[in-house]
Design a protein around this ligand. Structure first.
Ligand code: NA7
Length: 550
């Protein structure tokens, strides 16, 4: 292993959960490694997304690393869905427990990653113009790490603060007594709105597309602990009433079930068809899921993701809930989505619809009242001028490829990743891309990533990469690259599995549809986590078939 200054065996870009686990594995394997991170701390997504109400939509007992039994046993989550601050605390705990920070260069932004064929290495240049070289490169840059800041007309004219949910300030933002506008009604806004309403004088919500959301039914885990039932002891019984002792006592089995699932998490999937049960049965299943809360709603019947008529029954159930929860019928109508449920990511909320019954909130439908421009003291639509003290952009991210394209990444023959992927990302297994040897992407496009419990997917990717390193070392190989044929077949397979899936039935960030000029192609692998893992294992067991190894 090389020890020369500025010369590494492995560079990892990003110190979120993917970068941290990659670093842990590299240290274990005694690889000469450096992590470069733009932020001043670890945590990735959870470092940046500090907006009020930010929390994970995967239950905390599932949203954690499993590589260390000790870590798993000692860490105590306090709520069914962990807050951003608790997840960040966990990330820091992991970094300290495994001495990770000593190998991370913080406050440093990578500008270019360029392959030098003559040396079979990567040259990495940062924002201080410092250059280092590395044999291998892991992009642990995250799927939702470059914010989408639409080019609103005259945005610079607004003379007061503009905040983005994805880059929320570290210090407390005082919204007390302020007139606040929020643009966007995706997951971030759905979490943020019920929190900031408590503080603001008046909140103006500017909505382009209504979003489906289901109640989280969040609660302290201590409370659940006291409610010990037999549920978790039954083999199929883990459901949203998880409680700490039972899960910890059966963690191995619990994790195994997540490994064999579609979304890398234990979800109570009802194997019935929504169309084959009676009307009464269907209603009672939806009511039960609504009462229990969270993403298991979308697993209420097995055909909601593939059969439009089945999906419509779930969508209609939620539409009726909106009607019953929102007192003003005109507002309820604007909040009601018409597209299939689960196409855009299903949000999980605490009192989102109920918030629209408060006296200090107004919903503006941008379809009937389009945004015109930002003015010095507010926002002007084609109908009204809204005077505002603060504007919040909850406009999401340039997902999956945004951060990769912001770095000048060049492979063999100076081919730029951005050019190669101009018509949509092309990867083999979402992990690698042809013409870019020894270059890996964690949860890249073409892997299940954002459709799964991310930490589980991340660990699977990192384990696969480090097994590959071991294989290369044992066989004295110095270069691995996806073959063009394997890549083309994987890209085609990705598109084939997405065609009939509900996820590809509307405009969403999964399709790149939220970014002007971005290729419209379904980016994450929708064929299921367990199937994906099977394929990855088959590739490695067959001596990395589909790769050119030299
Ligand atoms: P999302 O889900 O991409 O939501 C962004 C929202 O912003 C959505 O309602 C968009 O409307 C809206 N938007 C975006 N651009 C504009 C413009 N130009 N004008 C008006 N409205 C706009 O991002 P989130 O941060 O909420 O969530 C992202 C993921 O983070 C989420 O799925 C979780 O995985 C965590 P649109 O629907 O495009 O009409």
């Amino acid at each position: 292993m090389s020890q020369q200054k500025n010369k590494y065996d492995l560079i990892i870009i990003g110190a979120g959960f993917a970068g941290m686990y990659s670093l842990y594995k590299a240290k274990l394997a005694q690889i000469n490694v450096l992590v470069i991170e733009k932020a001043s701390g670890v945590g990735g997504t959870w470092y940046w997304n500090r907006y009020p109400g930010a929390r994970c939509d995967v239950e905390s007992m599932q949203y954690s690393y499993q590589f260390s039994k000790e870590l798993q046993d000692e860490w105590e989550w306090t709520e069914k869905y962990a807050t951003q601050s608790e997840i960040l605390k966990y990330a820091n705990h992991v970094a300290e427990r495994f001495n990770l920070k000593e190998n991370i260069k913080f406050n440093t932004e990578v500008k270019s990653v360029i392959y030098k064929e003559e040396n079979n290495n990567w040259v990495i240049t940062d924002n201080n113009n410092k250059t280092i070289t590395s044999t291998f490169c892991i992009m642990a840059t995250g799927c939702l790490s470059t914010i989408n800041k639409p080019n609103f007309k005259n945005i610079n004219q607004f003379s007061r603060p503009i905040l983005h949910t994805g880059t929320w300030p570290h210090e407390k933002v005082n919204l007390k007594g302020k007139k606040v506008g929020i643009i966007g009604t995706g997951s971030s806004a759905i979490q943020c709105i019920p929190e900031i309403i408590k503080e603001v004088d008046h909140l103006y919500v500017f909505q382009r597309t209504p979003h489906y959301t289901v109640p989280a039914r969040n609660r302290p885990l201590k409370y659940i602990r006291k409610k010990i039932t037999e549920i978790a002891r039954k083999p199929q019984g883990y459901d949203t009433n998880l409680y700490v002792e039972e899960v910890k006592a059966h963690y191995k089995d619990f994790r195994l079930r997540a490994q064999n699932s579609v979304a890398a998490m234990v979800l109570p999937i009802n194997e019935e068809s929504a169309l084959e049960v009676s009307k009464e049965r269907r209603k009672s299943v939806y009511e039960d899921r609504w009462k229990k809360g969270g993403v298991p709603f979308i697993a209420a019947f097995q055909d909601l993701n593939f059969d439009r008529d089945a999906n419509e029954t779930a969508a209609e159930f939620v539409r009726n809930k909106i009607k019953s929860l929102v007192e003003d019928s005109a507002t309820a109508k604007i909040l009601t989505p018409k597209y299939p449920i689960g196409c855009k990511r299903l949000a999980v909320d605490s009192n989102y619809y109920e918030t629209f019954n408060k006296p200090n909130i107004s919903l503006i439908d941008l379809n009937t009242e389009p945004l015109d421009e930002f003015v010095s003291n507010g926002l002007s639509t084609f109908k009204n001028l809204y005077e505002l003290d603060v504007i919040i952009l909850a406009t999401g991210f340039d997902a999956m490829t945004g951060t990769l394209f912001n770095i000048d990444i060049q492979g063999k023959n100076n081919i730029k990743l951005k050019d190669k992927w101009a018509d949509g990302p092309k990867t083999y297994l979402g992990l690698t891309t042809e013409s870019f040897p020894n270059f890996f992407i964690i949860s890249g496009p073409g892997s299940p990533s954002v459709l799964t419990n991310m930490i589980v997917s991340i660990e699977q990717h990192v384990n696969w990469i480090f097994d590959c390193f071991k294989f290369m070392k044992k066989n004295k190989k110095s270069s691995i690259e996806a073959s063009l044929q394997a890549e083309q077949e994987w890209v085609k397979h990705n598109q084939d599995v997405s065609v009939d899936h509900v996820r590809s039935s509307c405009s969403s960030w999964y399709m790149g549809a939220n970014i002007k000029g971005k290729a419209r192609i379904f980016m994450p692998y929708v064929g299921g986590y367990a199937n994906y893992v099977k394929k990855c294992n088959q590739v490695s067991q067959n001596n990395y078939e589909g790769f050119i190894i030299k």
